[in-house]
Design a protein around this ligand. Structure first.
Ligand code: IPM
Ligand code: MN
Length: 364
């Protein structure tokens, strides 16, 4: 029995999660998996009613699940930061989900705004550190509401945090090519030198203390992974290369806020937030899978939001739990549905959330 805690969340979260569960039910029956879903009420609406985000006992209870699936957290009637910090970040930190895994993959038949680039150019993974940096919230204000008011918020990293993240990235890079036959590299890809590579994205020319830690972690660990090439790119230059030359990336590892920002840019290149999945991973604990995008308040309740980002997050969840065939079945079904939608697009203006979910489930 695989126990999955489902946090439908706010806005369009419940709509995309409902479609994801349809797909998971189909996968479970095809692969004889027994999945148990428990819906959890942690969201902005509950906060508005009860003034409660997620308390410590509720956080503790999340540890009984094999994995968590989350729609989106955030509410238009609540000041930004309250439920994001009180629910989403509390889970990421509380369950020590120190990796935020965000694959960037342009599927065939999906439009990218980058001219002359296609699926073989845009296929890499961003590993965002998820437990430290500016997100620790260390800082404060003094002399509030005076002309001399001072505000600070610090980028904090311990060597331990950096090293475990870089270690995960090296392991991920190794597994991505050497242990997954269907993703094996061709001779020419190997010669080109872009794949089988880990790129550290930082800002070592300004944030000298923090990125000294990151660079040292990479140079210490690279000795243990001689088959993986390493590279370094400043975060500002990264924004150029991700557009001009996305094929140069394979696995990128970066700190928390940089990762937050560049994964939104990456999402656009792979077809938008509607198709960009993610996972908050604790390699030895409970992980949580969620789309990169948010609650999309303008689309709430309209049956218009694309559920594929959430469905692909469930694919990451199954892969993480070790059900790689079931995970692959979701990805193949998504690819088939995208192809079908592309050929039907001329006849039909758009597809609804529920239509897409049903098509993927049927395809599985
Ligand atoms: C994300 C989101 C969150 C983050 C917000 C909602 C706190 O933007 O998952 O990328 O900044 O990590
Ligand atoms: Mn973000």
């Amino acid at each position: 029995m695989i126990k999955i805690g489902v946090i439908d969340g706010d806005g369009t979260g419940p709509e995309v999660v409902a479609e994801t569960l349809k797909v998971l039910v189909a996968v479970a029956s095809k692969f004889s998996l027994s999945l148990e879903f428990t819906h959890l009420p942690y969201n902005g609406s509950r906060y508005l009613k009860e003034g409660k985000t997620l308390d410590d006992a509720e956080l503790e209870d999340l540890k009984c699940f094999d994995a968590l699936l989350l729609g989106a957290i955030g509410h238009v009637d609540i000041k930004p930061g309250i439920v994001e910090k009180g629910i989403l970040l509390k889970i990421r930190f509380g369950l020590d989900q120190y990796i935020n895994l965000r694959p960037v993959k342009l599927y065939p038949n999906v439009e990218t705004p980058i001219k002359n680039k296609g699926p073989k150019d845009i296929d890499y993974v961003i590993i965002r550190e998820n437990s430290g940096g500016l997100y620790t919230g260390a800082g404060g204000t003094s002399m509030k509401n005076t002309p001399y008011e001072v505000a600070t918020q610090s980028m904090i990293y311990s060597y331990h945090q950096v090293k475990r993240c870089v270690l995960y990235a090296f392991e991920y890079a190794r597994k991505r090519h050497l242990e997954s036959p269907w993703k094996g590299l061709t001779e020419s890809e190997l010669e080109q030198g872009f794949k089988g590579k880990l790129t550290l994205c930082g800002k070592s020319n300004v944030l000298t203390y923090v990125f000294d830690l990151w660079e040292r972690a990479v140079s210490e660990l690279e000795k243990k992974y001689p088959e993986i090439k390493t590279d370094y790119v400043h975060v500002d230059a990264m924004c150029i290369y991700m557009i001009e030359c996305p094929e140069r990336f394979d696995v990128i590892v970066t700190e928390n806020l940089f990762g937050d920002i560049i994964t939104d840019l990456a999402a656009v290149t792979q077809g938008g937030l509607g198709i960009s999945p993610g996972g908050n991973i604790n390699p030895t604990g409970v992980s949580m899978f969620e789309p990169i995008g948010g609650t999309a308040p303008l689309f709430t309740g309209k049956n218009q939001i694309n559920p594929l980002a959430s469905i692909l997050s469930a694919q990451l969840m199954l892969a993480h739990l070790g059900y790689s065939e079931a995970a692959q079945a979701i990805e193949l079904a998504v690819m088939a549905v995208i192809k079908k939608m592309d050929s039907m697009a001329a006849a039909k203006m758009g597809f609804s959330t529920t239509e897409i979910g049903t098509m993927v489930a049927q395809c599985v």
